[in-house]
Design a protein around this ligand. Structure first.
Ligand code: COA
Length: 153
């Protein structure tokens, strides 16, 4: 399946709302409102197959040398064709362009990230994350997500 990755534009907001709401309902992604998505659209990338958006991801800056991969998801029916990996490559390219050497994620899909060159690490090595987002999270003391990190060279 031939997928093309590109930066998202304001025209993609509606499809992103749907894609993310679907995963948020299943508890595997944080919900993003239309307003927030529109404000943060510059941080999003999408994957298209024959002109249809079938996946997305975003980069959230946590510090001078660290970004987090967020909102990474592929539509049902399009998983397992390498599109998630293509999106990761594209996001890593964005991080490189921005001269940010460390890319992390908190995920239930550690094996997917490992296949893409990330290493499982202890969450506590990211005080930027723990002290901004995790402190406000209801799952704070029972977090079952796995932290992964890739250092760019
Ligand atoms: C996780 C996700 C983004 C992967 O995207 P994808 O396009 O299906 O993944 P790819 O086809 O690029 O897979 C790349 C490799 O990872 C492996 N992989 C993918 N998902 C996996 C999983 N859940 N468990 C183990 N391995 C997995 C694939 O087998 C493949 O390995 P291979 O190269 O040896 O064949 C996608 O399944 C998804 O949208 N999941 C739900 C949302 C989610 O959990 N997002 C992560 C939030 S951080």
């Amino acid at each position: 399946m031939q997928a093309v990755c590109r930066k998202a534009t304001a025209d993609d907001v509606e499809i992103l709302v749907e894609l993310i709401a679907d995963y948020a309902a299943k508890g595997i992604m944080l919900p993003r409102s239309r307003e927030v998505l529109l404000r943060q659209i510059d941080t999003f990338v999408v994957a298209e197959v024959e002109g249809t958006v079938v996946g997305c991801g975003s980069l959230c800056r946590l510090g001078t040398d660290l970004v987090e991969v967020r909102s990474l998801g592929i539509s049902e029916g399009y998983k397992g064709f390498g599109i998630g990996s293509k999106l990761i490559d594209f996001l890593l390219g964005e991080a490189r362009e921005q001269r940010i050497p460390k890319v992390m994620a908190l995920t239930y899909e550690a094996r997917f990230f490992q296949k893409n060159g990330f290493t499982v690490v202890d969450k506590e090595i990211f005080p930027e994350k723990v002290w901004t987002d995790c402190v406000n999270c209801p799952k704070q003391h029972a977090c079952d997500e796995i932290a992964v990190l890739k250092t760019l060279n």
